[in-house]
Design a protein around this ligand. Structure first.
Ligand code: PLP
Length: 438
């Protein structure tokens, strides 16, 4: 591939044109083409993309079916302010989503992003319950707009200088067995969470004032933390007991990422409200707040709205994305490749003491880096060095975790065994370099 020198020269302007809050992000690859599991950059290099645009391009970059559907729609109508005009692809997408979502998740409010899908969920829960309280989890990430940031606590940096937040939000610990103060078993982690929830009800807000419990079924930005199997069911029981709505934020773990279409199906839990986005339309901006018709119908006309939400091109791309996931049997591939990748990560963990834990579900996988010989001291430097060494060798992965100590892998669901093995070989080489440095 030829070098795109003009693009590379323009990259020098980046610090002058992009807000630094974003531009500090990593590693700013100048991409000229994206196809399947690969990114091609202006300097003529090819990278195996194990970020999928942070969990978005689940069917691979530029899938021809998605492109074809979007481009067909583009020639018919690009924009529809839903409510003023309506378009067929939106209705088709509602039908297709209802078929793959958990039961009774059959009414939609479309927006453009994950944060909007979360905002909608919180507003809906408060509106219909007439209660103020929202319970969220430490380490959670739900987006950057004010409502979504108010329920986000993965890093205090994301909250610093933005106070005051939306009031009525309470945090309890997520069941993170690896770092649970009660003990490092799933049972201890679950006890810790439920005990904290009970204490919250006793000391800070009675359950009768709580509108919703908002939770990521697998914590994403928090470090790909898979909770104990009974966690979501336990939350369901508590919500039922007190008439609280259970909101599942499936923005990152939805659309096949965990090996089922939604993580709710992995854990066998029925949500009241869901937030979905990212993988929904393979990169076209789209998200949705979802609930049952019974619940949604209580959200009166005019109480929430949008100009761009449910964009026709994004809806057409979303419909094609769902068809590709089904026809290419991508859930099955996510489960098989996820098992292969996790087994490989676990064997690297056995080899390298700098890996504290290898974990994940489906193709949502991570390693947590610690200082070898320490008491699980998080090692963000090792995580960043590992990411850079992988990048030099053609593998793009991403960071996560409160301290930046986690390296997460988000390959597309189309990933092959050869690509998984190649990634594991690159990781092995990179870890070996890290383990030999002074
Ligand atoms: C679980 C979760 N919820 C919400 C969001 C926010 O999505 P967006 O960046 O599209 O606003 C994210 C983004 O990473 C996420 O991981």
């Amino acid at each position: 591939m030829q070098t795109d020198q003009q693009f590379l020269d323009m990259m020098k302007q980046l610090p002058d044109v992009l807000a630094p809050s974003l531009a500090e992000d990593w590693p700013e690859l100048p991409v000229v083409k994206a196809q399947g599991a690969y990114l091609y950059t202006a300097d003529g290099r090819r990278y195996l993309d194990f970020t999928s645009g942070i969990g978005v391009t689940n069917v691979g970059h530029c899938h021809p079916r998605v492109l074809e559907a979007a481009s067909r729609q583009m020639h018919e109508m690009v924009h529809s302010a839903v409510g003023v005009t309506i378009h067929k692809s939106l209705l088709e997408l509602c039908e297709a989503l209802t078929a793959v979502l958990p039961p009774k998740m059959d009414m939609f409010f479309f927006g453009n992003s994950g944060a909007e899908a979360v905002e909608g969920a919180i507003k809906l829960a408060r509106y219909v319950s007439r209660r103020p309280g929202i319970i969220a989890f430490e380490g959670g990430f739900h987006g950057r707009s004010y409502g979504a940031a108010s329920v986000t606590s993965v890093k205090s940096k994301y909250r610093d200088h933005y106070e005051p937040f939306v009031p009525g939000v309470y945090f309890v610990p997520y069941p993170y067995a690896y770092r649970c103060p009660l003990g490092n078993t799933p049972d201890a982690a679950l006890d810790w969470t439920l005990m904290s929830l009970r204490r919250l009800f006793q000391h800070q807000i009675p359950p009768s004032q709580v509108a919703a419990v908002l939770v990521e079924p697998v914590q994403g930005e928090g470090g790909y933390i898979v909770p104990p199997r009974d966690f979501l069911q336990a939350l369901r029981r508590i919500c039922d007991e007190y008439g609280i709505y259970l909101i599942l934020d499936e923005v990152q773990c939805g659309f096949g990422r965990t090996g089922e279409m939604f993580a709710a199906q992995v854990f066998g839990v029925q949500p009241d409200i869901m937030s979905i986005a990212k993988g929904i339309a393979s990169g076209f901006p789209l998200g949705a707040t979802v609930a049952s018709r019974e619940l949604m119908r209580r959200w009166k006309a005019g109480s929430h709205g949008t100009t761009f939400g449910g964009n026709p091109v994004a809806c057409a791309a979303g419909l094609a994305t769902l068809q590709v996931i089904a026809e290419e049997n991508l859930l099955e591939n996510a489960r098989r490749m996820g098992k292969r990748f996790l087994a490989g990560l676990q064997s690297l963990q056995a080899q390298y003491p700098s890996i504290g834990e290898a974990r994940g579900l489906g193709l949502m996988l991570a390693i947590e880096m610690i200082v070898p010989g320490s008491d699980k001291e998080p090692d963000p430097r090792a995580a960043m060095d590992l990411l850079n060494l992988c990048l030099e060798r053609g593998l793009l992965a991403y960071m996560a975790g409160t301290f930046g100590q986690v390296v997460r892998f988000i390959p597309p669901l189309i990933v092959t065994a050869e690509q998984v093995d190649q990634a594991l070989n690159i990781l092995d080489e990179a870890l070996s370099i890290i383990s030999h440095r002074p």
